[in-house]
Ligand binder design. Structure first.
Ligand code: SF4
Ligand code: SF4
Length: 85
């Protein structure tokens, strides 16, 4: 939950503010198509794509659904799906 006026009272507290709740579209990564080029990791403005055990994963708690990752993936391994609420 973001405070009124988006004031941050405690330094370093932004990780507690999960910002992925207003997405309209959700990027879904197909691990079988992924060639591990790192483009999505480099271009994600939220820093919410991470490599874990040799796989790239999207942290949906922070992903805002801008779909830059989908546009930058050279092999179309990321597809946008409408978010179900
Ligand atoms: S949709 Fe945007 S915020 Fe979400 S993982 Fe892709 S680049 Fe990052
Ligand atoms: S941009 Fe596409 S191919 Fe490259 S690491 Fe991300 S999902 Fe994999």
């Amino acid at each position: 939950m973001v405070n009124t006026g988006t004031i941050i009272y405690e330094p370093g507290s932004s990780a507690k503010n999960k910002t992925g709740s207003w997405r309209v579209f959700k990027p879904v990564l197909d691990q079988d198509k992924c060639v591990k080029c790192e483009n999505c990791y480099i271009f994600c403005p939220e820093g919410c794509i991470q490599e874990k055990d040799g796989k790239f994963e999207i942290d949906y708690d922070y992903c805002k659904g801008c779909l830059i990752c989908e546009k930058e993936c050279p092999v179309k391994a990321i597809k946008a799906e409408r978010e179900e609420k």
